[in-house]
Design a protein. Structure first.
Length: 364
């Protein structure tokens, strides 16, 4: 069964005076039931884009198409969208019940139907028994769920989430990520989420739209964004990364030899696209793909380089090392899991850095 496209963005631009917040941006389609995240640094245009979809900003040019209808000039209350704001925007003098019922009352839904809908959604967000409390009597996570329930109960086509987790502490943020995703999947909600937190985006999304300076850098699944970044901005923005500049000096079938400042490294990768011999490239290698070997281990020879441990950080499940290698301007970041089982290399200890033989390359 083909995906049902709910939203399309066509050549969308938004200017505030001379400032271009969103620049000729297009998204081919967001599908029904899909969880899509707009991700990028502060000022990249992600919230402006979300607010244009919601009707709170009107585009300077371009089109927003929802269910095959152009909605550029339709006010927010008449769009089939609903937004959860960063500060939740709950009415402090109203009970949980009245906060959730507010949008239904504005739409003149009958009282009996309102009651049924509110109590149904209270079950979904796991707030049964709290309908008579006021926001001040709730925890941050409970307030967030009330805001989400108020958004969902009016049955919009698209849920818009504007960094709703930013006011929560670290542990609660993780719990609420899981809770939002559970509710979204349970109700098959088309959801657009805005964040600058890469871990949030990776853990919650079906697809991620990476933005910079009002433009899209890449659209893809979390795996595609992480393992096959389209450019150096995406590679550097998503998680920790090691970038090694070099030149492809030989190519045979799916094996490429890259000459770098630390020596030659072999890359067995059949997905380098239009990259060919003599091209300048940047090898993109994640910290967890690198291993550190004791000097006495001589079994592996290829992609192995002398190093010295400059620093490390122990975080329980892994140790994050910074290792200096001759000829490399920076230090390698290396993540080694299960440090209790392997032991920890000491600072200034000599080690060998073992690079993987399959990794992503970006053509310069």
């Amino acid at each position: 069964m083909a995906n049902e496209v709910v939203l399309q963005i066509k050549n969308l631009t938004k200017k505030f005076g001379k400032v271009v917040a969103v620049n000729n941006l297009s998204i081919e389609g967001i599908n029904k039931g899909e969880f899509v995240t707009f991700l990028g640094p502060s000022g990249c245009g992600k919230t402006t884009l979300l607010r244009m979809i919601g009707g709170f900003y009107y585009p300077t040019s371009g089109d927003i198409i929802m269910n095959n209808q152009r909605i550029n000039d339709i006010p927010p209350e008449q769009r089939k969208t609903s937004m959860v704001f960063q500060n939740y925007a709950l009415f402090p003098h109203m009970t949980v019940y009245d906060n959730i019922a507010y949008g239904l009352k504005l739409r003149n839904v009958p009282k009996d139907e309102i009651k049924q809908k509110v109590y149904n959604i209270l079950k979904v967000v796991q707030l049964e028994g709290m309908e008579h409390r006021r926001p001040a009597e709730l925890s941050g996570g409970q307030q967030q769920r009330v805001a989400l329930a108020r958004c969902i109960v009016i049955e919009p086509e698209i849920i818009l989430l504007d960094e709703p987790l930013s006011n929560l502490d670290a542990n609660l943020r993780v719990l609420m990520r899981e809770e939002i995703r559970r509710i979204q999947k349970t109700l098959n909600l088309t959801t657009i989420f805005v964040t600058h937190d890469q871990e949030e985006a990776m853990s919650m999304s079906d697809r991620i739209v990476v933005m910079k300076d009002g433009e899209i850098q890449q659209i893809g699944s979390p795996v595609e964004i992480y393992e096959k970044p389209s450019n150096l901005f995406v590679a550097s923005f998503i998680g920790y990364i090691n970038l090694i500049d070099g030149k492809i000096v030989s190519k045979s079938k799916d094996t490429y030899t890259i000459k770098t400042s630390i020596g030659e490294i072999k890359n067995i990768n059949s997905e380098l696209g239009d990259i060919s011999q003599e091209d300048e490239v940047t090898a993109v290698i994640r910290p967890e793909a690198i291993d550190l070997l004791d000097k006495r281990n001589n079994e592996i020879k290829e992609n192995r380089f002398n190093g010295i441990v400059k620093d490390y950080t122990y975080v329980g499940a892994l140790v994050r090392y910074r290792v200096e290698v001759d000829g490399f301007d920076d230090t390698f970041i290396v993540d080694i899991s299960n440090p209790g089982g392997r032991g920890i290399f000491k600072v200034v200890e000599k080690v060998d850095v073992l690079l993987p033989n399959k990794f992503h390359c970006i053509k310069k």
